[in-house]
Design a binder for this molecule. Sequence first.
Ligand code: ADP
Ligand code: MG
Ligand code: MG
Length: 929
Amino acid sequence: MARFVYDFTEGGRDMAGLLGGKGANLAEMTRLGLPVPPGFTITTEACRAFLDTGGEPAGLWEQMSQRLTGMEAAAGRLLGQPDDPLLLSVRSGARFSMPGMMETILDIGLNDESVLGLAKVSGSTRFAWDSYRRLIQMFGSTVMGVDPAHFERAIALLKDLRDVPDDMHLDADDLAQLVETYKNLIHLETGEYFPLSPAEQLRRAVLAVFESWNGERARLYRRREHIPDDLGTAVNVQRMVFGNLGPDSGSGVAFTRDPATGRPGLYGDYLADAQGEDVVAGIRNTVPLTELGRLDPRSYARLREHMRTLERHYRDLCDIEFTIERGTLWILQTRVGKRTAEAAFTIAAELADEGLITPDESLARVSGEGLARLMFPRFDSSATSEPLAHGLPASPGAAVGAVVFHSAEAVRRAAAGEKVVLVRQETAPDDLPGMIAAQAVLTSRGGRTSHAAVVARGMGRVCVCGAEELAVDVEARHFTAPDGTVVEEGTVVSVDGSTGAVYEGSVPLADSEVMRFLESGTDDETAGDTHDALVGDTRDALADDTCGKSAGDGHAEAIGPVGAVARALTRADAVRRLKVRANADTPEDAARARRFGAQGIGLCRTEHMFLGERRELVEEMILARTDTERERTLAALLPLQRQDFVGILEAMDGLPVTIRLLDPPLHEFLPDRTELAVRIAAAEARGDLPAAHDVELLAAVSRMHEENPMLGLRGVRLGLMIPGLVAMQVRAIGEAVAERTLAGGTPRAEIMVPLVGDVRELRIVRAEVERVLGEVSAAAGVPVTCPVGTMVELPRAALTAGRIAQEAEFFSFGTNDLTQTTWGFSRDDVEAEFFSAYLDKGVFPASPFETLDRDGVGRLVEMAVAEGRATRPDLKIGVCGEHGGDPDSVHFFHTAGLDYVSCSPFRVPVARLEAGRAALAGTDVSDSR
Ligand code: ADP
Ligand code: MG
Ligand code: MG
C-alpha cells in the first residue's frame, strides 16, 4: 500500500514534490531543532489519487489515525478531549508556494464540550469561544461551502449591535452567541449540521484542502505562474499553538531581508493577541517587528536567532511565520521568500559577498526578466507635485491608471484597454483577478507582509499598502486624501511603489537608475569605478539591529540595485559562451547597442534606407523600362547607401556588422493601390486627365500585386529578378569598407542574403558579390573582403543546410520568418485572429513568436546547425529573430551550440545575463518561485 503520511521528523526540504513546500520546510525546521509544533504531512500523491478518483485513497485514514495516535500520546491528550482538547490545524501546501490561494482550517477539535474544557485549561473563556467561532467560520465556508460573506455579515451585525469598533471588543458571551448564529447559518444554508465529532472534522477538512487545489483562484494563480495543474497539494496536520491568548501572545511574519529592496535587516509585521491569519488579512493594523523587541525581548532575541539559522541554512532570503503563545515562540512556516527584481539582484550580490553562495549561484538567482523590469522607467522626481498620500512601498515601479475599487471593475476596464489602479482597504484572495488586471494595487491597511503586498510582489505589480491617511470607501467608490481631496472612481492617479507616494494625475516618467547605468556604457573605466563604489563592504546583515521602515539608516554602503546588476552582468560576461549582438540599422542605434554591451550587429536591415526622400528613386527603379534608366537610379542610390554603411561601420568599428541585402517585396515602397485608384477615378470624375505618373504607378502596383506577399517576390528572389540591385548594395557596402579602412578604421562588414531556400540561389548571388568586391578592391587600392552568409528562415533552408553551407560562411536564423513558415502562420493575421484562444486552450504554453517553439522550429535549428557544421566546421551561426532577446530561447540557443544571439539594443543586457545563466551547469537551482 502506498505511503501517504510522513511525520515532520521524517521529511526534509528535498521532498517538496511529495510533501509540498510547506511540509518539506516544516520537516526541515524540525530537523534543525527549531520550535515547530509537531505534526505530519499527507502527500501530494494522496491528493492526486483523491482528485483522480473522487474518493479517499485506500489506507489514508488508517495511516492518519496512526499518526494522530502518536501525536496524542506525545501531547498527553486526545484530539477534542472534552476537558483538555488537543486542537489541530489542517494546512494546504503545494510543491510551489501559492500564498493564500488554497485553504487552511484552524482549531479542529473544538465542539460544544471541548470549548468548555479549553476555556478552563487556558483560563480564558473569551479565547475559547473566539477559537470555536473561527473554526466554525473557516469550516463552514471551506468545507461546507457556505458563502463567507454570511459569516462576515453576522459578525458585523453583532459589532454594530454592541457598538464596538472591532472583534477584539466582543466578549465571551458575544462570541458564544456568534457560535450559535454561525451554526444556525450553516444549517440554514446547507441543510446540514456543523459536525461536532473531532475525527469527522479532521477527515472532512483534509478532503476539503485537497479540493481547494481546484478552486478558482488557485487555478488562476497557477496559470499565471505557469505551475502545472496536475501536481496536487499536500496537507499538513499540525498541533495548534495560540497567538490569541492575550497581550503576551501574538503572531507575525518576518523576512530576513527586505523583500522589496533586498536591503539587509529584519523586516516584518507583528500583531499582539492574534492568530496568524489576522496578520496578513489586514483586519487590524500591525506593528513593525522591532516593536516586538520592546513587547517581548526574549522571544524577539530567539526569533532573530532562528532567522539567522534559517538564512544560513537556506542560504537565501527566508520568509517566516511565527506565533508567540504566552511568551513561548513557535515557528509555523518558512520558505525562500518571494522578492522584487530589485531585491533579487541585491540579495544575490550580498549573499555572495557574505560568502553564503558562490558568484555562479548568485548569477543563477537573478533573471533577464527581472533585469528588464529594472530597466523600466520610474517617475521623474523633478516633475512630481505634492503627493496625495504616502503608504508603505511594498512593490516598486511606477504605475499610472484610473482608480477603481472593485476587482470586477478592474477586470472590466482593463479588458477595454484602460489602465487601472485597484484601491481597497485591504485585498483578499478573491481580488486576484483585479490585481492581475491592474497596473498597481493601493491599500489603506495592512503591512508589507499583507496579502496585497505579497501577491503584488510575486507578480511584479506595483504596490503601495497601508496608506492609512486615505479614507477608502469602496461602496461609494471614492477615497479621501488627508487634505480633503476626494478621488472618485475613474480619476487617474500615479502610484510610486518605490517610495510609497501616491499622486493625483499622471506623473511623467524618467529612465530608471539601472537604465542610466547601462546607457552609460559597460566597457569603459567609469563602469568599473561605479561598480566598486556601489558594491561596498561585506557585513553580517542579521547582526544589525535594524528593522522595518527604519532599516535604510546606516546602510549607505549597501549594494544598490545598480551595483548588483553590474555584478551580475560582469559575472555573466565572464562565463557565457554565446556572444550577444544587436539588431540595429542606424549609427545611433548601433552606438547605443554598443554601450549596452553588444559585440557587433547581427542584423542591419537595409530597407529603411529605401524610404523617406529616397522613395522616389526606388519608385523610378521599379518603374524603369530600360537597363539604362534602372542603372541611373541605382547609381543615384549608391552614394546614399554607402554613407549609411560608413556611419554604422564607424559606430561598430572593430566589431562584426551583418548587413542584410534588401528583403521586403518591392511594392512596399510604392504608394497604396487603392489610394492611387481613387486619385485616378477622382480626376476622371472631374473630367480631367489623370496624371500620367499615377497611371503608370497604378499599372506597376497592379502588376506587382501579390496575394501572399510574405511568400512572394522578396528576399534573395529580388536579387535574382532585379538586375543591378545586388550589385548596387554590395558596391555600397564594399566602398564603405574601403573608405573606413583608408580612414584607419577596422570595418568588419558581413553580407547576409535573406530567404534562401536552395544553395543555387546563394551561389548566384555570391558570385555577384565576389565580382563586385573585386572591382571595388581594385578601384580603391585596398583589399575588401566580406564574409557571405545566409539567413535560415525557410524550412527548406534548414533541411538542406548541409548543401547551403557549401556557399555560406555563416548562418543566421531568422526565427520570426522561420516560425511563420514552419507553422504556416502569417503573424499579422494569426496574432489578432486566434492566438489568445490558442493560449487559453493551452495549444501554446507561450506565443511561439515570443518564446521559440523548441519542438518544431527548434528541431529545424538543431538540424541546420548539425548539417551546416558537418559541411563547414568553422561555420559561424547566430540568430537574429526577436527570440534572440527572450530568456528561454537564449537558453535553447546556447544548448543548440550557436555562436551568438542578436536582439534589439534594449534587450542586449537581458541576453548577456541569460547567456551567462545558460552557461552555468544546472541552472535549475535558480528556481526563484
Ligand atoms: P497560507 O499558506 O495561506 O499561509 P497557512 O497554512 O500558513 O496558510 O495558514 C494560515 C495561517 O494560519 C497562518 O498565518 C499560520 O500561521 C496559521 N496557522 C497554521 N497552522 C497553525 C498552528 N498549528 N497553530 C497556529 N497557527 C497556525
Ligand atoms: Mg502561511
Ligand atoms: Mg525574414
